[in-house]
Design a protein around this ligand. Sequence first.
Ligand SMILES: Nc1ncnc2c1ncn2[C@@H]1O[C@H](COP(=O)(O)OP(=O)(O)OP(=O)(O)O)[C@@H](O)[C@H]1O
Ligand SMILES: [Zn+2]
Length: 736
Amino acid sequence: MIIYRVAVDAPLAALFDYLPPIDAADASPAPGSRLLVPFGHRQRVGILIEVREESAQPSDKLKAVERLLDPRPLLGPKDLALVRWAADYYQQPLGEAVFTALPARLRTSAPLLDEHEPGARATPLGCATALADLARAPKQRAVLALLQRAPAGLSLTKLGAQIGDCRAALRALREKGLIASCTLERREPAPQVTAPSPPPPYPLTDEQSEATASIQEAFGRFQAFLLDGVTGSGKTEVYIRLVQALIEQGRQALVLVPEIGLTPQLRERFSSRVSGPIAVLHSARSNTERERDWQLAARGEAGLLLGTRSAIFAPLPRLGLILVDEEHDPSLKQQEGFRYSARDLAVRRAQLTSCPVVLGTATPSLETLHNARANRYAWLRLRHRTGQARPPAISLLDIRRQPLRAGLSNVLRSHMRAEIDAGNQVLLFLNRRGYAPVFTCHSCGWVGGCRHCDARLTLHLRQKRLWCHHCDWSQPLPTRCPECQGLDLRMLGQGTERLEDELRPLFPDVSLARIDRDSTRRKGELTRLFDAARKGEIQILLGTQMLAKGHDFPGVTLVGILDLDQSLYASDFRAPERTAQLVIQVAGRAGRAERPGRVVLQTRHPEHPLLQSLLKDGYGGFAAQELDERRAAELPPFMHLALARADAADETLALDFLREARRLGERLDESRVQLLGPVPAPMERRAGRYRAQLLLQCASRPLLQRFLRHWTHALRQLPRRRGLRWSLDVDPQDML
Ligand SMILES: Nc1ncnc2c1ncn2[C@@H]1O[C@H](COP(=O)(O)OP(=O)(O)OP(=O)(O)O)[C@@H](O)[C@H]1O
Ligand SMILES: [Zn+2]
């Protein structure tokens, strides 16, 4: 007997057994192929996970697979092994996990985008025929007109898109011998740059060469590296050399980046230096583009796959190296649905593949640093900036009792003026978008709050709306106070929009650009602004953390950090780490070329220990201290966490559910796993739902894993409650 074990696209942990399809006895699909299977009263798409010879079900209860969907498996054995491991580790139903690994269209029964598609072209007779002869058959005339202008032919899809349903016209034209069917290449011919890569623009520094050599020496076996290089130390150049060397050996590299904003720039740098096609996967690309590049990687044609976190699952049959850039960045962790960490999976994938993995950053996460200190990861350092560039000098600027204009102190303003006059660029960092974070009535104290969340509404003056940054709900700007009908409405605080408006009159003759989520909504806008910034066409760049990450703006000599004080006092235990990383990363945009850079950090808390230690001991010193504190407080990475979250429209349902979950957990009788809570989430109401959470902690990862396996199993057996959602987050990054 042949049994197919199938994962279906549903939140179900189980695999389901099926018999082979009835009328396809000779086709024997390999694991990783899609199948259409009967499921309940309908059909579903499934992925074949295993082929076995027996089933725990009696055979007369088993149904047959409806049909096979793919001529070849979409995922190879190692790809499947990774997804299975991830599903297991993150306690995610395998069905959901494995479908996450596929491009959107392939999660349905849609056929693989084929490289060929049917089309039609004009025959010599058709080319010679005068269109006027077809005056009485307008559809035929329209088709022929198009085909006469396209000697290579047009695909039926394109014809259909232009003319509508033209099947009858095509048939008629074919019968008259005016057109013929043909097959067309669907893919735009990939720019096959097979020319040898151009010579490197500069020799590597000693530190760069040493790092490159150590990693190259590990090709062909598993080894994790922390590439701990100060901002501007040329980590990207190390990546490029490694990828070149790997491609020369006929293997594939995977490069993960946290943000879409980083991909165009990196892609450009890679594509001018490595030969062959590069596949790029991120959410801003269309489904078709993504699927095409996914296949380019899966077929082994692309020597390099560059992508954001979900690219960790893309099949790469000749994978030989994984690079994770900005490994500390929280967006490498998926925060909803399948909550995986692409960075941690990168290490696991390298292990499964027996290849090296490199985690690169100027500000290592404490988890990674801990692994490097324990010698689990080899620790490579680039301590110096390349070329003439000096490390930026950071100074704290006490703004207590200082007059501020546009949120800027006199000192910062005069620095700005000086740099601009000298032909340099200035970057201002303010991590708050919108015009003002608070909109209030001066007479009665009313404050604009979200109807659906425990959150304030942010004023967006351009749109004349109050906006919730948590659920995206918005309302028109009131002209009177909704409470007292008063007219004295005021805005408090400063967001990037306001900064932009107030800055323009202070620097009237200076070109200025704001970069945040609002100003870059239009497709291509982000790339355009970054390009302009790099070319030096913009003198003042202002924006949110979008500006902070990994960008290379050689002309920036002054960075102003306007308002970090709030994050100095945030309650999340990761807040100090995040704040320190942000400061160092933003500061790292200054002085990356010949001209020295300086950083001015405005604060009302210049004596704050975090700022003091950052300034005195740099990120390394800060991180060492912070690790000691985490150890003392028994927090990650010395403790392993999982967070169960629940939410419901009903006020008590989520808490009730987690209380029951806690009881189930206690019944497992494992004293080494501590259950803390449940408690309402820090922001209890969000998007109209009440949220609660239960924290689990344990000093041993395997023990916590074993506990979670039994516990989630028990939780899934509980009767379903209407309107309740719950999820489990293993190694949570965001405790909100
Ligand atoms: N060996 C070298 N000699 C001279 N210049 C170099 C060398 N290597 C890299 N550079 C240049 O130094 C600048 C900084 O390099 P790169 O952007 O790779 O730094 P990075 O370490 O990735 O920085 P960050 O962490 O801030 O993103 C770039 O303009 C790059 O072209
Ligand atoms: Zn809201």
